[in-house]
Ligand binder design. Structure first.
Ligand SMILES: *Cc1c(COP(=O)(O)O)cnc(C)c1O
Length: 378
């Protein structure tokens, strides 16, 4: 008997030329956090994003958020507004800086930061003489947040926006690339993201001065001197030239990966949307999602769990949607502005396997398992 292989939620998917770029790094001995692949990868990303921005590649998306906060001078005692419905890496760097996160709930049509609650929170904090230092919005699961509305509020109160685009490389909002919509953007190339360098990230900034600052802080903040001279605290956050080689190969296939992930979404939706207890996240007008992960919202915790456990029994990985930050023990004392949206999504929502390397056979296997579960429910 053939044993079935495990199906993962989102696994790495190499394109083919990654090995060549990595071999180049070895052959030229650029086995260091600088070199031709680092420059080449940055150029590829910059071109892909439309050439208006500058890009610095780093060791992770988390490092990119940390440096963004650093560049915005967020420090001890400051407050930062952050989307509550996200992965903890969006918010942890706020704590690294000694600042305090305040969490903002989502709206129901994008599952991202509610502009309405954002403004309520800003007004509240200003009233208490605690004007927030920054806003972190997240394009969760690849779906763009409503950047026009968020930016308008941010501009009105003069608060900079960090755009967490870790899950949304390849997504666009009003035909503009996610990652370029606000003051600063970040990308992640972790193993589970739409393209990967095994681990890595990027900070997207407005100009060369900010890029140079990012590189400065990410390489231990060395002042210009023959010896090691330091007048600020630095970090070891630059991307390795070996890993940037993987990134250059992955950039060649990014558009294919977006197509494949969108096809996964369409497959699940075509086969499951007839069930009234299963809902999909549609693209609001102007939003183009890379569909990094296909998510469903069921009508109950019980149904969600039955689907998840049925898949698990067949060695198929699925996972509840992100547990909101305002519900996390580590952030339990943080102020939050909520409306119930993210709590309900956490209770009833499920991430389905969404890798760009899933075969039709894999997809059928997943679908049949879900259909079997639903049969006993309707
Ligand atoms: C993956 C992810 C990050 C962090 O990126 P790393 O490269 O893993 O450090 C940040 N925010 C979100 C929303 C993510 O999904």
């Amino acid at each position: 008997m053939l044993t079935k292989t495990k199906i993962y939620l989102s696994s790495p998917h190499m394109g083919g030329s990654e090995r060549k770029f990595v071999a180049d790094a070895f052959d030229s001995n650029w086995v260091a956090p600088l070199g031709p692949n680092v420059d080449g990868f940055e150029n590829d990303i910059k071109k892909y994003l439309g050439d208006e921005k500058e890009v610095a590649v780093l060791s992770s998306g988390t490092a990119a958020i940390h440096l963004a906060l650093q560049l915005l001078n967020v420090s001890t005692g400051d407050e930062v507004l952050c989307q509550s419905f996200t992965f903890s890496a969006s918010a942890n760097p706020i704590l690294y800086q000694g600042a305090t996160p305040i969490f903002i709930d989502s709206e129901s049509d994008t599952w991202n930061m509610s502009p309405e609650l954002l403004e309520i929170a800003i007004k509240d904090r200003i009233e208490k003489n605690k004007k927030p230092k920054a806003i972190i919005g997240v394009h969760l699961y690849g779906m763009p947040y409503k950047a026009n509305e968020i930016n308008a509020i941010a501009t009105k109160y003069e608060i900079p926006v960090i755009e967490d685009s870790a899950e949304a490389f390849g997504s666009t909002y009003l035909n503009k690339a996610c990652g370029t919509l606000s003051d600063m953007g970040i990308l992640s190339f972790n193993g589970n993201k739409i393209i990967t360098t095994s681990g890595g990230g990027a900070l997207i900034v407005r100009n060369k001065v900010l890029k140079d600052k990012t590189v400065f802080y990410s390489t231990q903040a060395r002042d210009n001197a023959p010896h090691y001279e330091h007048s600020s605290v630095g970090y070891n956050y630059r991307m390795s030239n070996v890993l940037a080689g993987i990134g250059r190969g992955q950039m060649e296939v990014l558009d294919d990966r977006v197509k494949a992930r969108r096809a996964n979404y369409n497959f699940y939706k075509a086969n499951l949307s007839k069930f009234k207890n299963i809902q999909f996240l549609e693209e609001p007008e102007g939003c183009f999602s890379n569909r990094w992960i296909t998510c469903i919202k069921t009508d109950s915790y019980n149904l969600r769990e039955r689907i998840r456990l049925a898949l698990l029994g067949d060695d198929v990985e699925s996972r509840p949607l992100w547990k909101p930050m305002h519900m996390q023990p580590v952030f339990k004392d943080c102020l939050h502005f909520t409306n119930g949206t993210s709590e309900e999504l956490f209770e009833k929502g499920l991430c389905l396997p969404s890798g760009s390397n899933l075969s039709q056979e894999d997809l059928n296997r997943i679908l049949n398992m879900i259909l079997k579960t639903l049969k006993y429910d309707t």
